[in-house]
Design a protein around this ligand. Structure first.
Ligand code: IMP
Length: 426
């Protein structure tokens, strides 16, 4: 199998988990490399529905190994909860799940700070998931974070926690006027997590280097989406990590020469949760219809997702910053009942047509989407298993997306189940 990176090419929630789940059959290792429990991966297998926030969904496949790389910010309580949850369904993570000792740990004060900051920001709030992601990444970059390896060393852990929590308490008490957090109970709680996680903690760089040497297949599972990337997204309405394909290398310790395919997952339309620009958003009417048919509610926070038409300008930019080799188009079936479908092909800013995604928020806020209308196919696609049986208009729609983005469609998803997936020359 080629080593593959799967990333979201819009604002997250594109259906990456399903694509990853499908491609896991061909892989030996599934690796998470950025983000944390802000992600929500929903996979349906048979009649069972699994929602993971941290665990790579590859764990549900017998014999596959899963890695949580150094680029992740790991909430131990959440991870242990998910390990316990899959165990009740007969899936044992022991010997198959590996946690990088260099991954950052999310502390209770990170979550508290995330929530206090958002509340204080009022109308300027980013709309974060409140999972402490931003504050955990600040501490990483400020070099005061606690790493997974530290959880295993009692004295070291205490010292790291004292330093980090003292700094957090300054902000919690002086800026937000909230009561300080005591180090003692956090230390006891996190020390206990360390013991429970000990069997999984490893040198993941060495594990992946060995896997590459043995010609094992690596599948990197991105979280969030390209436009939530801290550099390439709609800053400041973004998450705190790099979500683009390049982050798979930095966030796991595997070099770029090891990667052969980069798959950009896109919904056949667009959604976004949280605040920030969204040029093709449809408010009310058809937007609500897309939300209803597509069940567009956040897997992590349950919030309503904002919905709109496919934006080729967005995905074209995603193709550039990720070096996409293929698109995986999901939820095409959600469009089955529409009479006609719009695709945004370009933008208009101050009366001028532009074909590229502007990086300035001010310009982005003035964008008017330019649409092209395609006829709908008005038939049920959910039972189709071969691309040649697609309705002509559905095929034309897909061909047009690929043409506008200049990346071939390699996979198509027509429903939440594993078998509702069509491989198209990938
Ligand atoms: P944070 O990652 O919790 O800091 O949130 C920052 C922004 O990213 C907010 O707009 C969130 O709604 C968004 N976000 C974070 N994780 C996801 C995800 O997995 N899917 C979609 N949006 C997300």
């Amino acid at each position: 199998m080629p080593n593959r990176v799967v990333v979201g090419a819009q604002w997250g929630d594109e259906g990456k988990a399903k694509v990853v789940d499908y491609l896991t059959e061909e892989a030996d290792y599934v690796i998470r490399f950025q983000g944390g429990a802000n992600a929500g991966h929903t996979v349906e297998v048979g009649d069972q529905k699994f929602v993971f926030h941290l665990l790579p969904s590859g764990l549900m496949h017998d014999g596959k190994s899963c890695v949580i790389g150094n680029g992740v910010v790991l909430d131990p309580a959440q991870l242990l909860h998910e390990i316990g949850d899959v165990l009740t369904k007969g899936i044992d993570a022991t010997g198959r799940l590996w946690l990088s000792e260099a991954a950052q740990v999310v502390l209770p004060t990170h979550k508290l700070l995330d929530q206090l900051k958002e509340k204080a920001a009022g109308k300027d709030a980013i709309g974060t998931t409140g999972r402490g992601i931003g504050p955990a990444y600040y501490d990483k970059v400020a070099r005061v974070g606690v790493r997974v390896g530290d959880l295993l060393e009692d004295d070291l852990l205490r010292a790291r926690l004292e330093k980090a929590i003292a700094a957090h308490n300054e902000v919690i008490t002086k800026i937000f006027g909230a009561p300080p957090v005591e180090v003692g109970p956090v230390h006891a709680e996190y020390r206990a997590y360390g013991e429970k996680l000990r069997p999984y903690v490893a040198d993941c760089v060495a594990i992946l280097a060995k896997a590459l040497k043995e010609k094992k297949g690596l599948l990197f599972e991105g979280a969030q989406g390209t436009f939530l990337d801290v550099d390439h997204g709609t800053y400041p309405f973004v998450t705190s990590s790099n979500t683009v394909a390049g982050a798979a290398c930095a966030g796991s310790g595997v070099g770029p020469t090891a990667i052969q395919q980069v798959i950009g997952v896109v919904k056949a339309y667009t959604t976004r949760v949280g605040n920030g620009p969204f040029p093709t958003e449809i408010e009310g009417g058809l937007g609500a219809e897309l939300r209803r048919i597509g069940h567009e509610f956040g897997a992590t926070t349950g919030r309503e997702r904002r919905c709109g038409w496919f934006d080729a300008v967005v995905v074209r930019r995603a193709a550039q910053v990720n070096g996409l080799t293929h698109l995986a188009v999901t939820k095409l079936d959600v469009l089955d009942s529409f009479d006609s479908i719009e695709i945004c092909t370009a933008y208009e800013i101050d009366g001028k047509r532009v074909d590229h995604f502007p990086s300035s928020l001010a310009r982005l806020e003035r964008v008017k989407a330019v649409y092209e209308t395609l006829p709908g196919w008005k038939s049920d696609t959910t039972k189709i298993t071969d691309a040649k049986d697609l309705p002509v208009n559905a095929r034309k729609y897909l061909d047009r997306l690929a043409e506008l983005v200049d990346v071939p469609v390699g996979m198509l998803s027509l429903g939440p189940k594993r078998h509702q997936t069509i491989r198209m020359g990938m």
